[in-house]
Write a protein that binds this ligand. Structure first.
Ligand code: GLN
Length: 300
């Protein structure tokens, strides 16, 4: 299907010209200095075709997209017991909101808002040192993408920690309800590091393959998660993957997607392909502005 190559190349060329690109995140300097003109897109089809366009090989901070991979890993460790500590409902609130947590007794609405992902990090700690849990997450992502060159950007992780007052507040608050089993600082150490994983669109699309293919790596046939779990992770991406912009993304794009404030989005077309798009400028919900628009058009 050379049409797909052509379509992505046209999208990238058109997107590079756009002037209304949204605003890059500035809460840490490493994100603030990223060139807003960058645009990359990658697709890996279940039958093994890899299509890249624009800046698809350039690593960026995947930020909250990493929450898909930590959730997958944590479900593998504790199974459905995870849902006693984290909900499965869209939040209708910003990703770092603290208000809802009080009403819901320290149980975050879903695993993709910050509070939920911090609980998932706490689960992955499982009595170990943060360094071990962080290493396990990185190896898992490298395994999924079949790429050992993926790294954690230590400078980004250090900046996240230095400026992470609101995440500390969320973690301390949940600890007061007994919903963190380790010290907040340790769970946050894991959280800040997985948000700081740097990946290109190509690597991200490769890492998402198992979700597009019913839980199995389409290249090796190796099962990463059961078909049912892949579907459930996809359902959460569809309903909660874009914070309080999730309903709009589902309405316009209609596929499971997960965004991050680095401007990346992982999109899954079940049974067909894993897609990654990167455009660092964000809309008012903290989701990539051009990235979400482009996924919509790539759906036709
Ligand atoms: N590291 C960011 C934070 O905790 C991730 C947020 C995001 O990507 N939405 O604020």
């Amino acid at each position: 299907m050379p049409e797909l190559e052509q379509a992505l190349a046209e999208v990238a060329a058109e997107m590079t010209e756009r002037s209304d690109r949204g605003a890059v995140a500035t809460y840490i300097p490493q994100l603030g200095k990223v060139d807003p003109k960058k645009f990359g897109i990658a697709a890996v089809t279940n039958d093994g075709r890899l299509i890249l366009a624009g800046n698809a090989e350039e690593p960026f901070s995947i930020q909250s997209v990493s929450k898909v991979f930590t959730l997958t890993l944590a479900l593998g460790k504790v199974g459905d017991a995870l849902w006693q500590r984290v909900g499965r409902e869209p939040s209708g609130n910003p990703f770092n909101s603290i208000v809802q947590l009080e009403h819901e007794n320290g149980i975050p609405r879903n695993p993709f808002i910050n509070a939920g992902a911090i609980v998932v990090s706490d689960i992955l700690l499982a009595g170990h040192q943060p360094r071990e849990a962080i290493g396990e997450i990185l190896r898992f992502v490298q395994f999924l993408a079949d790429d050992d060159t993926i790294i954690i950007d230590r400078e980004v992780a250090a900046s996240e920690r230095a400026t992470g007052y609101r995440n500390f507040a969320l973690a301390n608050y949940m600890k007061s309800f007994g919903n963190l089993h380790h010290e907040p600082e340790l769970a946050l150490g894991v959280y800040f590091h997985h948000c700081a994983i740097a990946m290109s669109c190509r690597q991200l699309a490769m890492a998402g393959r198992f979700l597009a293919n019913g839980g199995r790596n389409p290249a090796t046939g190796h099962s990463v998660v059961s078909t049912e779990r892949a579907r459930r992770i996809g359902a959460l991406m569809l309903t909660c993957g874009h914070y309080d912009g999730s309903g709009d993304f589902a309405f316009r794009v209609g596929i499971p997607g997960k965004s991050g404030v680095g401007g990346g989005i992982l999109g899954i077309v079940p049974g067909v392909a894993s897609l990654a798009v990167w455009s660092p400028g964000l809309n008012e919900n903290g989701n990539s502005k051009l990235g979400s628009e482009r996924l919509r058009s790539s759906r036709g």
